[in-house]
Design a protein around this ligand. Structure first.
Ligand SMILES: Nc1ncnc2c1ncn2[C@@H]1O[C@H](COP(=O)(O)OP(=O)(O)O)[C@@H](O)[C@H]1O
Ligand SMILES: N[C@@H](CCOP(=O)(O)O)C(=O)O
Length: 312
């Protein structure tokens, strides 16, 4: 095989109460990566479309190729050579797992080109290196779901222990991106290092409720558990209209609404596609009221994660 084209979807990290340990994937948008084997050793970026010229072209500095360099080194393939084309289909610093989509599409494409030396689970730690390149922190709550699909829980980072959980079939996500940019690195920097015992207890209860609610298709329990008392109060200050948009989503029937990843995107979960569409409309209107353009996506939960689109 000399050519692979792979797709990896956008993701919602944290899912309200699960900072750094919980995330899910949506169907679209997502990044596409094309990789072509070359005689000349080394991994180079041939082209990037859709980034407005803003992403690094140096392989080690771009998440899409940075992860490939780690895998090639791990496998001891000193003579391996490839040219990479990235189709960047989502905004940078969006809270939609933009860097993770590139990392996962890249690592899945390379693994396929090499005839699958590693399993999806084994690819995770390489994909996490893309997050380190993008934000200085190798968190797995975007790359996990982009790679594996569905809802992913990171039980432990050291050692890495990740599992997926079942979720109700009629669960839909609304993701609304206001036209502003927040870098994950900055949004992590403003977080407090210490958390009170009281808030820890509340948060643990909500994480347990979320997981159980999803596994048992208990929509009421999901709704009661979509509460974040640790991160949202700090980061929401960076998002204009946050309180108003959240309230509008709940009034339109959402089970809950919070920040997607590190923001500025906000997400909601709803029972049924119709409700999720109504929620999308009021959330986008909330931003537009103060002159901020917003793009919304309504999606079922992505069950498969990254996919191979073409190979030759
Ligand atoms: N392939 C890539 N896609 C997106 N961002 C990348 C990529 N490679 C490096 N970056 C850097 O990562 C940062 C954006 O990542 P991040 O802030 O985590 O955004 P998001 O929340 O959308 O994932 C930017 O500084 C960008 O230059
Ligand atoms: N857990 C991370 C997730 C960042 O997600 P992104 O989509 O903003 O990259 C965090 O909250 O910092």
């Amino acid at each position: 095989m000399n050519y692979i084209k792979a797709y990896a979807p956008a993701t919602v990290a944290n899912v309200a109460c699960g900072f750094d340990i919980f995330g899910f994937a949506i169907e679209e948008p997502g990044d596409i990566v094309e990789i072509t084997r070359t005689e000349r050793p080394g991994i180079v970026i041939k082209d990037i479309f859709g980034d407005g010229g803003r992403l690094p072209r140096e392989a080690s500095k771009n998440a899409v190729t940075g992860v490939m360099l780690h895998l090639v080194e791990h496998l001891g393939l000193a003579d391996f050579g490839a040219e990479v084309v990235l189709h960047k289909n989502m905004p940078l610093g969006s809270g939609m797992g933009s860097s993770a989509a590139s990392s996962v599409a890249g690592i899945v494409a390379l693994n396929a080109l090499l005839d699958e030396p590693l399993s999806r689970n084994e690819l995770l730690r390489f994909a996490m290196e893309g997050e380190r390149i993008a934000s200085g922190s190798a968190h797995a709550d975007n790359v996990g779901p982009a790679l594996l699909g569905g809802f992913v829980v990171i039980r432990s980072y050291d050692p890495l222990d990740v599992f997926t959980i079942p979720f109700p079939g009629d669960l839909y996500a609304t993701l609304v991106h206001p036209d502003i940019e927040i870098n994950t690195k900055d949004a992590r920097y403003i977080l407090r290092d210490e958390v009170s015992l009281k808030d820890t207890i509340t948060q643990m209860g909500n994480v347990a409720g979320m997981i159980s609610g999803l596994m048992q298709s208990d929509y009421e329990l999901i709704s009661r558990s979509m509460v974040d008392v640790i991160i949202e109060p700090v980061r929401s200050i960076l998002i204009p209209q946050f309180g108003m948009v959240k309230q509008a989503a709940i009034e339109a029937g959402a089970l809950g609404c919070s920040i997607s990843g590190s923001g500025p995107s906000m997400f909601a979960l709803s029972r049924g596609a119709d409700t999720a569409q109504k929620v999308a409309k009021v959330m986008a209107e909330g931003f537009k009221q103060v002159g901020i353009d917003a793009h919304s996506h309504v999606s079922a939960i992505n069950k498969t994660g990254a996919t191979i689109l073409e190979q030759a």
